[in-house]
Write a protein of this length. Structure first.
Length: 326
């Protein structure tokens, strides 16, 4: 099913589409206590919590907390020719620098995921900007993380451009509610960020298979760079991915959150980050609003005597939150 825009208010209600005000008032404000926000806003803290919970994350190579540590960058990256630098408190994918190799004849010249050459001095300047808060929430001073660069699974190779696709799952009261695969494009500069031009492809909750997608809030059926159809790609280990998302609720105490996971070709699923304020484009990507699924979860919870484990919650979501035909 597709949501064809523009659309009437009546049709929006039929589809159960959540608006920004409703999401902020009924879900983020009521379901997410502010004292838990640092657990997801600080990517370094999120990584530590995930590791304590036994969830896989990209390996951390180092943390730069002050400008005088920048001169030791070569030591931080060591023998690693590829790595990722990101602000611990960044938002929307801003400030993330992906290095996927060195120039063979120039040891201090690296190569970005786009193929552009970047010198060690430019990387150092980027680190300085991170520390100064150029990419952080509220512009507050930040720290820079240097971590393993994900080698993305070839699963999405024909419907992705250069960067690493990820899987965003909305979790409500511990139940995976809706999911989409975010696919990098030329316009997004290889980043899996919808605001920068990536594509969001809906995922059938039961089958773990991609549906059509959305770009700039408009439905798309083919990737603009590869011209390949977006739908019909089966995500491997779908049950395990949903269990991982469900466990992030237990880990953070947040009742409404987004869980971003990548599929590494060697290490399997890795948690990239969590979001206490996930966006709403996932509804367009899936051709259905969140409201009907929220109501189904609420009805289910009213009849429970004991809390279900994360694996049970994942199974329930697969069996009861398949796309709704209206």
């Amino acid at each position: 099913m597709a949501i064809d825009w523009p659309i009437s208010p009546r049709r929006l209600r039929e589809l159960g589409v959540l608006g920004m005000n409703q999401r902020n008032g009924e879900f983020i404000s009521e379901m997410n206590q502010r004292r838990y926000y640092p657990l997801v806003d600080d990517k370094l803290l999120t990584k530590e919590l995930a590791e304590e919970a036994g969830l896989n994350v990209p390996t951390l190579y180092g943390v730069i907390r002050s400008t005088h540590e920048i001169k030791h960058l070569a030591r931080w990256v060591g023998e690693h020719e590829d790595f990722v630098i990101k602000p611990a408190n960044g938002a929307g994918g801003d400030g993330i620098l992906v290095i996927d190799g060195k120039q063979s004849d120039k040891p201090l010249i690296y190569r970005k995921s786009s193929g552009q050459a970047v010198g060690i001095d430019t990387i150092a300047l980027h680190l300085s900007n991170i520390l100064a808060g150029a990419y952080s929430l509220g512009g507050r001073p930040d720290v820079a993380m240097i971590e393993y660069r994900v080698k993305f699974s070839p699963l999405f190779e024909r419907i992705s451009f250069q960067g690493v696709p990820d899987i965003r799952t909305i979790v409500y009261r511990g139940y995976p509610l809706m999911a989409m695969v975010r696919l990098p494009t030329t316009q997004s500069d290889g980043k899996a960020n919808l605001h920068q031009g990536a594509i969001g492809a809906g995922v059938d909750m039961a089958a773990g298979q991609t549906l059509d997608g959305v770009a700039h809030n408009r439905r798309v059926t083919h990737h603009p760079d590869t011209r390949q159809p977006i739908s019909g790609v089966a995500v491997p280990g779908w049950q395990a991915l949903l269990e991982m998302a469900a466990r992030c609720h237990d880990m953070t105490g947040l009742g409404y959150l987004g869980v971003d996971v990548v599929l590494d070709r060697e290490l399997g699923p890795l948690i990239l980050e969590l979001n206490a304020r996930p966006g709403l484009s996932i509804q367009v990507a899936n051709g259905e609003g969140l409201r009907h699924r929220v109501e189904r979860v609420d009805r289910h919870l009213r009849y429970l005597d004991d809390r279900e484990a994360s694996a049970q919650r994942a199974v329930w979501s697969r069996e009861n939150l398949a796309p709704m035909i209206l």
